[in-house]
Design a protein around this ligand. Sequence first.
Ligand code: SF4
Ligand code: SF4
Length: 249
Amino acid sequence: MGIQIDLDRCIGCGDCVPSCPLALIEIIDEKAHINEGCTFCGACQEACEYDAILIEAVTETAAISDSHHGIWVFAEQRDSKLKSVGYELLAKGRQLADTLDTELCAICFGHNIKEVEQLIAYGADKVYLIDNPALANNQEELYTRGLVKLIQQYRPEIVVAGATSLGRSFIPRVAAILRTGLTADCTGLEVDDETRLLLQTRPTFGGNIMATIICQTKRPQMSTVRPRVFKKGIPDNQRKGQIIKEGRI
Ligand code: SF4
Ligand code: SF4
């Protein structure tokens, strides 16, 4: 993140000076000058009628997004049967992926999982599957390792999982290892198609306020979503997609 004065636009009027809560702005040689310590609050930018103050958050976000592609949905299974929350998230993920013109992938860990191809029927373009007897019983350590490895390899821009007991347990570990942001227990997800930011809505202050949270400078953007927040789509068994079997964890 950065802040700059466009010297061609700045006329040295000084209107921005009192707007800074940290008193960082001086007029030197008839141009605004910003001293160290800026928190990028944007108050001076709003005060300037000449669009002479540039805060570079969006540029940085776009640069980060350029190196990450695709929306991932973690499709959880129990006893080798895919859980409904994965299909619900695919319905929302399909909508978000179409808005961003990117691919939607399902991530599936387990052993002898039934009906993996249904993830494609419910909207996934690709399924990354790790089939291993050690993964049959939702081993959180192995799931963490497996998902971190795949994210580092394929660099998705968004990763969404169910806010189930498994998701609440291992997804925060994944986010911590990757040093990225996670919004837990979301009740709404949308995307801004210009900035490619995920707009993650969840209740806060004891449920009295709905907050929309963004993760501006880290990737992937990660969320967990409560089961039954989104509705399952209608499966299309004619949809084509790829099932990619990944090797060892
Ligand atoms: S308000 Fe804008 S034009 Fe005026 S001094 Fe500040 S940056 Fe320059
Ligand atoms: S962005 Fe905020 S902290 Fe930074 S110079 Fe402007 S008003 Fe001050």
